[in-house]
Design a protein around this ligand. Structure first.
Ligand SMILES: Cc1ncc(COP(=O)(O)O)c(C=O)c1O
Length: 392
């Protein structure tokens, strides 16, 4: 690792193979993967159907550029628009590019409508939208911004779940509200559904665009294709990535037609966005997720996971202060800053999880195909570790 930029806290474990919910390191050690590449390999590693589709595509065409019509892209866009509120889709390769697209689409829409001054976007404290300059300017995490000035202006931050603060912040320059309906990097905080409903009402009444970042909570994790569909609050735009490609770089910005009209050739683009390989994977992922019973399984196993984890606050009141989250996006908040140690000890025991929020929260984002027996195995490890916490 001497020659790799030190941008990540890496474990020494060297992962060489994945199969379903398991990863294997170079020494053959098996790990139960409850991180899923951070909400990414939702269908499990090397899903045979997706792998076969990708192999087929590898033999026919990798890349041809968006100067041509790409049939797989047309198909995925059509499917996503039929399944959602959106009329159009812009494809790219990562969550932050979807953030960039959203910001540009919003600004250009108001620009073309003679409201150039309406360029400000309200975002929520604790939110995370990626690591480009625009994305950290939009994000609500001080630490990710430190040392990168000058940042982009035009992002107004408000606290979570506070309607009065939001109403006060809105002014004649407000173009949009951009938020994660469930903040993940910020500590796994689902925003109150009543709050989100009110945000929708206000934005509708004032002609403000509402954009949801579902990069992490979308694509099946909460038991429907997108989280907004669970809570009945429909945005005007939505960004997604991660599970959309099950590990293949693929992301998108879904958008209502009237906003998409602002984007014409030359105003935005991406070399790799929507290329035949990515689109083949994207269609294959949807084929699997849309099979009858898939989301029911996610709902059932999520319920079981919550039932098994919630008692931790009573069983270990000195260690666990809260278990929160929705679906298969769960945070376990600790009273003691030991998340790092617990995650490392779990890794030794063959369980992969992540820690967030200053060492205070253990996050679990398993593949959506986990079964109750995997949940049981994880809970056993938690019991072991918490029981001996004084020793770790
Ligand atoms: C909610 C959210 N938005 C955007 C991003 C950025 O995605 P990427 O890392 O693919 O650029 C992330 C990444 O973790 C995320 O969690």
């Amino acid at each position: 690792m001497d020659h790799v930029v030190n941008a990540y806290n890496r474990s020494e474990a060297s992962i060489v193979r994945g199969e379903g919910v398991y990863l294997f390191d170079k020494d053959g050690k098996k790990y139960l993967d409850f991180a899923a590449g951070i909400s990414t390999t939702s269908l499990g590693h090397c899903h045979p159907y997706i792998t076969d589709k990708l192999k087929e595509q590898l033999d026919s065409l990798w890349h041809c550029s968006n100067i041509f019509t790409i049939p797989q892209q047309e198909r995925l866009a059509q499917r996503l628009t039929e399944l959602t509120f959106a009329d159009k889709v812009f494809f790219c390769s990562s969550g932050l590019e979807a953030t960039e697209a959203a910001i540009k689409f919003i600004r250009r829409y108001f620009y073309l409508n003679g409201q150039e001054k309406r360029s400000h976007i309200i975002t929520i404290e604790g939110g995370f939208h990626g690591r480009s300059i625009a994305a950290i300017s939009a994000g609500g995490n001080e630490k990710s911004r430190e040392g990168f000035a000058p940042l982009l202006s035009g992002f107004d931050k408000v606290p979570r779940n506070n309607i009065e603060a939001l109403e006060k912040k809105i002014n004649s320059e407000t173009a949009a509200i951009f938020l994660e309906p469930i903040q993940s990097e910020g500590g796994v905080h689902p925003l109150d559904v009543e709050y989100l409903k009110k945000v929708r009402e206000i934005t509708k009444a004032q002609g403000i665009i509402l954009c949801f970042d579902e990069v992490q909570c979308g694509y099946g994790r909460i038991g429907s294709l997108f989280y907004y569909q669970n809570i009945g609050v429909e945005p005007d735009m939505l960004t997604c990535a991660k599970a959309m490609g099950n590990g293949f770089p693929l992301a998108a910005c879904l958008v209502k037609g009237y906003i998409a009209e602002a984007i014409t050739p030359g105003t935005h683009g991406s070399t790799y966005g929507g290329n035949p390989l990515a689109m083949t994977v994207g269609n294959a992922v949807l084929d699997v997720m849309l099979k009858e019973g898939f989301f029911d399984h996610v709902k059932k196993v999520s319920k079981y996971l919550k039932e098994k984890l919630l008692p931790l606050t009573e069983e270990f009141p000195k260690i666990v202060s809260e278990v929160r989250g929705e679906g298969l996006l769960i945070g376990i908040e600790l009273r003691v800053p030991l998340a790092d140690k617990i995650v490392k000890q779990s890794l030794d025991k063959g369980l992969i999880m992540t820690k967030i929020l200053n060492n205070r929260v253990i996050r679990i984002t398993p593949p959506l195909v986990v079964e109750n027996m995997h949940v049981n195995a994880v809970c056993d490890i938690f019991h072991d570790l918490f029981f001996y916490i004084k020793d770790i």
